[in-house]
Ligand binder design. Structure first.
Ligand SMILES: [Zn+2]
Length: 88
């Protein structure tokens, strides 16, 4: 399992690394895109995270991931970035 409080992750769309500050879920809320298109069909179970960057700046969110870091809404994934810190 990748996601837990304190985990260091980055995304496959080149953001991060981020430290997980809070983790909520599982929930099945509709994806943002479905929601604005007026479709509230439930999603696969997923989690929402509040994350901070490595300088401690909080207020970033990663939404719609399973605990092994796969997006339920797309092809992106979260990658374990804890090794990166060793070389920072
Ligand atoms: Zn949700």
């Amino acid at each position: 399992m990748l996601l837990r409080i304190g985990a260091c992750v980055r995304t496959t769309y080149d953001t991060g690394p981020y430290i997980v500050k809070s983790l909520s879920g599982p929930c099945t809320c509709a994806s943002y895109l479905d929601h604005i298109n007026g479709c509230d069909r439930p999603s696969k179970a997923h989690f929402h995270m509040e994350v901070a960057d490595l300088s401690g700046r909080a207020g970033y969110y990663l939404n719609g991931y399973t605990l092994d870091g796969r997006s339920v809404w797309g092809n992106d994934r979260l990658i374990d970035a804890s090794q990166l810190e060793l070389f920072a």
